[in-house]
Design a protein around this ligand. Structure first.
Ligand SMILES: [Zn+2]
Length: 500
């Protein structure tokens, strides 16, 4: 994501509400206890306890979505989404029941390996439920959205099953914990879909945490004339019949749920490729202002050069395709959705470099916990510095010096970069102090070790997740230096670094 200014409100209500609900413990069968137990309702992320789920790993999502955008003004900005999600998952424990995350939409039917479950009212804690069943809890105040599925027969550890959820409802404009638009953001001409950190549950049933990466297929049916763009490559040409067009996309690379998109609008689609043959697919809204359209076209024309530049620094581009979606909307920020970042109103050159760098830092290697988000934003911001320097602008050192000119008593320095809290994910220091940390690290270990360690980090944790501690270990290993004091000063001390 690029930097954004955000409103903080209702924090205590949110946190107290979430804390009041106890998470079921991740269960392992002890002697005398039931062998089949419930998967946890969360992936274990301290910032978002009910995000993601335990007890299984998803291998693949097949999302078949039909979407009707809002009517013209003055009709409300409300869309209609109907979906069938076919989810292939493998049990990581003997499962009596398991959860998916789904927010704001209603479930109409659930099957597990073809066996239907019946909808029941949510049982009280400890209350038994007979037979194959499902229930859906949606608590907007506590920010708990959990679809629980009780399959029958029960699922054995290691068993692969196919879960089909038929669901749908009206779509609006959901907001995250800070009050910023995210998820399936309904727009007048379609939808701008940007799910960080846990907004993908607003448009499909999902284990909505990056520790459970999966592959994706999309079939998106929209009124004829609308364009639907998702991750990856077209699986086939769109098919139009009876006033509807179905778009097919295939994303075979491992992908975190927050990086999923299926944006819909009045897009002009362009296909090109890099000198190395990497496909680039851009979708640019017809309705950008002329000034924004001109800036956007100039920036997107640099994508192939930027890919070559970042490959030189960080190794091969990690996915099967690239490109951008530029939507005319009010979301106000860009997101590095995998293989195809989404931009709001305009794609500026520096932001394009930022979202591209995320394909390595954030997407190929994702933060294991949301507290590790500086690993995304620090790197993407540092890549902006590198790109700017390479294209004749300020040097990385000059950008570092500018950060260090911020006075020591400025609140900028009071943020603990490696643990900023759930409302601090997108604060300026995550970006700028994060980038300054990397520059200081580069000076400390030298260029050769700095870039070698970056590539080692990207190789070791590719298609997976890593923590700040994992990152530190790679740099200590490659450089042979003890960097504990360095990282404590830069990442864990809420004051301006003076010596490191
Ligand atoms: Zn970013």
């Amino acid at each position: 994501m690029n930097s954004r200014v955000r409103v903080v409100r209702g924090l205590m209500a949110v946190l107290v509400g979430a804390g009041a609900l106890a998470l079921p413990a991740a269960a392992t069968a002890a002697p005398g206890e039931p062998r089949f137990t419930a998967g946890a309702a969360g992936a274990g992320d301290a910032y978002f306890p009910f995000t993601g789920n335990g007890g299984y790993n998803v291998e693949h999502y097949d999302l078949d979505i039909t979407y009707t955008p809002p009517q013209s003004a003055p009709a409300p900005i409300v869309g209609q989404l109907d979906g069938v999600a076919t989810i292939s998952l493998v049990a990581a424990q003997d499962l009596d029941r398991f959860n998916l995350d789904l927010r704001g939409l209603e479930v109409q039917a659930v099957t597990v390996d073809g066996k239907a479950a019946s909808e029941v009212t949510p049982p009280a804690p400890g209350e038994e439920v007979e037979g194959a069943a499902y229930w859906h809890v949606q608590d907007d105040v506590a920010r708990v959205w959990e679809l629980t599925i009780q399959p029958r027969p029960k699922i054995k550890k290691g068993q692969q099953v196919q879960v089909v959820v038929r669901y749908g409802g009206e779509t609006t404009r959901p907001v995250d914990i800070e009050g910023a638009l995210y998820g399936w953001v309904t727009t007048r001409d379609g939808a701008m879909v940007v799910g960080e950190p846990e907004g993908s549950m607003t448009w499909y049933p999902v284990s909505d945490h990056q520790t459970d990466k999966a592959t994706y297929d999309f079939q998106i049916t929209v009124p004829e004339g609308k364009v639907a763009v998702a991750n990856g490559l077209p699986a086939q040409d769109p098919i139009t019949a009876n006033g509807w067009t179905t778009w097919y996309w295939d994303a075979p690379d491992q992908q975190a749920s927050y990086l999923t998109t299926a944006s819909i609008g009045d897009y002009d689609l362009r296909f090109s490729e890099t000198d190395d043959g990497l496909p680039i697919i851009d979708a640019v809204d017809d309705n950008l202002t002329p000034a924004n359209a001109a800036v956007t076209e100039a920036s997107l024309a640099l994508q192939a050069d930027m890919i070559a530049f970042l490959e030189e620094a960080f190794g091969p581009y990690p996915f099967n395709s690239y490109g951008s979606i530029v939507d005319d909307d009010t979301v106000g920020y860009a997101l590095e959705t995998q293989t195809r970042p989404v931009y709001s109103r305009v794609a500026r050159e520096s932001t394009v470099a930022h979202e591209l760098a995320h394909q390595w830092f954030g997407n190929a290697v994702s933060p294991e916990r949301w507290q590790d988000i500086w690993l995304n934003e620090g790197w993407a911001s540092y890549a902006q510095w590198l790109w700017t320097e390479s294209s004749g602008g300020d040097s990385a050192q000059a950008n570092f010096d500018a950060v260090m000119e911020i006075p020591a008593d400025d609140p900028f320095w009071a943020v603990v970069v490696a643990d900023p809290g759930p409302l601090g994910l997108f604060l300026d220091p995550i970006y700028d102090r994060g980038a300054a940390t990397l520059h200081a690290l580069r000076v400390k270990v030298g260029d050769e070790d700095f870039f070698a360690a970056a590539q080692e980090w990207l190789t070791r944790y590719n298609d997976a997740t890593g923590t700040t501690e994992d990152f530190e270990a790679v740099y200590e290993e490659v450089s042979g230096q003890d960097l504990d004091a360095f990282f404590d000063v830069w990442l864990r001390t809420p004051s301006k670094p003076t010596a490191w």
